[in-house]
Design a protein around this ligand. Structure first.
Ligand SMILES: Nc1ncnc2c1ncn2[C@@H]1O[C@H](COP(=O)(O)OP(=O)(O)OP(=O)(O)O)[C@@H](O)[C@H]1O
Ligand SMILES: [Mg+2]
Length: 646
């Protein structure tokens, strides 16, 4: 392991971009992107598939834009069509001007004849500039709305999916890649606009070219194909590199987050984790840089080959034009117009190729975004569960012979567990770390559906219930809770109906959160984070009181408390446990805790061992009979109790 001082700086080799040694390569292996089907699909994209996909992508981008801002989308379309029409007008006017000026006769007459055409050229150029400014304004208006709309669709899809989907292999990678897709959604629209504009200008140039000589346009198009193929290949290389490095880049993002954000900032210092993680970051960054640099080099070579092919193609077209003039197949006046039209058309074709290649690359990203949404919909709760709504708050919660295995896990976390809890009852769930307590609580709440067996609320299995309606009947104080950067009131109520001070204060009294109110500048409406101005940072135990307040405030039939007092001081813990019996009057309470002295409050205690239910009984029974509970309880008596003063 490198020392702290050397870890802070990359070695000369790393700085040069040399791939890390084999040990580091093994670490990177963990973060590799493994969705072979997506990599293969990307690898198989050709110019023909690109040509076929372009209209689909343009349509999709327009549909998305239309959904979020009809005015701006219609305005943009009108501008593009206007640009095309003005380009055609301008071109025809140029041809007319050249014809008039080159024709024989008095120069004053020729200029007078050309004057109206010149006015059209100037007018068309001025209007095109105006349309260009309008396009910039409308695009600026559309961009942020479109990106936010794409993000919201992702979050909606993610929230609508089963919580268990998070465990599916590749799901989080897919989310990350999709997020990039959401960010570039506005690019899709802009690039589609560019391609449309170039196509409109090409249409104008093409008309003029075809009128002048029918050979010129097909020749121009055929000549540009090699360049198009090279550009698409370059775009594909860059896209695939992005896909392959996505797992590593996600890790980089996580490392950056842990090293810089306030939640982990102290640990980073006290555990000397900063230099260690920074070293890891640098090494991983080097490996990503190497992959991306290789892709950039390959892309550049392909672009160079494409540009060379484009140059040769242009030369061929110009040579043909020269031959047409020299051989007398085209007169000089038409030749002048052809030069201008050819230049415009060549520029437009290049614009289509460049914009098209970018559009396809962005299209792949946006496809990734769409894939995630489709995948999340495939795992949507609406497709996995029923839509029944309980007529009244449930009285009994029952787990019947349940087996549960997390996706990707090698063994069952619960193996044939049955448990009942009724309103008015407190059931305690105990067992060693990893024995399945939290998993069982997730199942009884209907957050997870069992792999085998069933969970029923008043005889209705949770799989048949409409989940969001069902969760109105449960309140959870989870073991690992989320600090939301919201006010105390919002943190507790979270959009619930009863946001009155009276209801809030009752819950604060029960959890002990009321004690900290005098320190909060704006009382219930204090922002609970110092990451923003005016916010207040709570201690770990104070946060746990807020989480308990949230659970108590919901008047749900089932209250799950998973290690609810782990961070509380003795007085606060005592306060919560003495109030529990009162709370249980109209609730079923499932209490999970390692402090076995606290489970004396429960009517029944259920003991889990490696996913199996091994004991059940009252506190008095289980402390007397031999078994896991008694073993753990005796250990707690020996190590947990405060020694008597000697
Ligand atoms: N999201 C998950 N994905 C995969 N496996 C998981 C997940 N959550 C838990 N497990 C596994 O399921 C088993 C039971 O975990 P669970 O969290 O239910 O234990 P627990 O009894 O609550 O432990 P603790 O006392 O440490 O909180 C463990 O082996 C754990 O590794
Ligand atoms: Mg747990």
């Amino acid at each position: 392991m490198t020392s702290g001082s050397t870890a802070a700086q990359p070695s000369a080799d790393e700085a040069e971009g040399t791939p890390p040694d084999s040990g580091d390569a093994a670490q990177e292996e963990e973060f590799q992107y493994r969705d072979e089907s997506r990599l293969q699909a990307g690898g198989q994209m050709t110019t023909t598939t690109m040509a076929r996909r372009l209209p689909v992508l343009v349509r999709r981008s327009l549909r998305m834009a239309w959904q979020v801002d009809r005015g701006a989308t219609a305005g943009l379309l009108a501008c593009q069509i206007g640009t095309g029409v003005l380009a055609a007008l301008g071109l025809f006017a140029v041809t007319g001007t050249l014809t008039a000026l080159i024709s024989s006769g008095d120069i004053t007459d020729r200029v007078r004849e050309a004057a109206p055409q010149l006015a059209v050229i100037a007018g068309a150029a001025g209007l095109r500039a105006l349309l260009g400014v309008t396009v910039t304004w409308l695009t600026g208006r559309l961009r942020p709305v479109l990106a936010r709309a794409a993000e919201v669709s992702m979050v909606e899809a993610a929230l609508g999916a089963e919580a268990a989907a998070n465990n599916k292999p590749g799901y989080n990678d897919q989310y990350d890649i999709a997020d990039r897709g959401a960010q570039v959604t506005p690019d899709l629209v802009e690039e589609a606009q560019d391609v449309l504009a170039a196509t409109a200008t090409l249409a104008a140039g093409a008309t003029v070219l075809t009128v002048i000589h029918p050979l010129l346009l097909p020749l121009l198009l055929v000549a540009c194909l090699p360049q198009a193929a090279a550009y698409v290949r370059a775009a594909r290389v860059v896209y695939l590199a992005g896909l392959e490095t996505s797992g590593r880049r996600r890790m980089l993002h996580k490392l950056r987050w842990h090293m810089s954000y306030m939640e982990s900032s102290e640990e980073m210092r006290a555990c000397l984790a900063g230099p260690f993680l920074l070293d890891r970051y640098r090494r991983l960054a080097v490996s990503v840089n190497v992959s991306e640099r290789e892709a950039a080099n390959t892309g550049a070579w392909m672009g160079l080959a494409g540009a060379a092919a484009g140059g040769v193609a242009s030369a061929a077209v110009w040579a043909t034009l020269l031959w047409l003039l020299v051989s007398g197949r085209m007169d000089l006046a038409a030749g002048g117009g052809a030069v201008f039209a050819l230049q415009t058309a060549t520029g437009s074709v290049r614009g289509i190729i460049n914009g098209g290649a970018r559009l396809v690359r962005t299209g792949w990203y946006v496809q990734d975004w769409q894939n995630f949404i489709d995948n999340a919909h495939g795992q949507a709760m609406v497709t996995c569960r029923g839509s029944e709504v309980l007529p009244a708050p449930p009285e009994r919660f029952e787990v019947r012979n349940v087996i549960y295995r997390y996706d990707g896990a090698e063994k069952d976390s619960l193996a044939g567990v049955s448990l009942k809890v009724r309103r008015g009852e407190i059931v305690a769930l105990v067992g060693e770390n990893g024995s399945g307590k939290t998993t069982l609580s997730r199942l009884i709440c209907g957050l997870l559906l069992p792999t085998f067996g069933e969970v029923a609320w008043d005889h209705k299995t949770t799989a048949r219930l409409e989940p969001w309606e069902a969760w109105k009947h449960v309140a959870v104080a989870p073991q690992r809770f989320t600090y939301l950067p919201l006010t105390l009131r919002d943190n507790v109520t979270l959009g619930q109906d009863d946001t009155s001070d009276a209801a809030l204060m009752a819950a604060c009294e029960a959890s002990g959160a009321a004690d900290m109110l005098p320190d909060l500048r704006s009382g219930l409406d204090t922002l609970l984070t110092s990451e923003w101005f005016g916010g207040h940072q709570l201690s770990g135990g104070q946060w746990q009181r807020v989480i308990l307040t949230r659970a108590f405030h919901r008047r749900a039939s089932l209250l799950v408390m998973d290690e609810p007092t782990a961070a509380l001081d003795a007085r606060a813990e005592h306060h919560v446990f003495t109030g529990l019996r009162d709370l249980a009057k109209d609730r079923a309470i499932l209490l999970i805790t390692h402090r076995l002295a606290n489970v004396a409050v429960a009517d029944r205690i259920v003991v889990l061992d490696q996913g199996r239910l091994v004991q059940e009984g009252t506190y008095a029974q289980l402390t007397r009979e031999p078994g896991l509970f008694r073993t753990l309880w005796e250990l707690e008596q020996r190590t947990g109790g405060a020694p008597s003063p000697t």
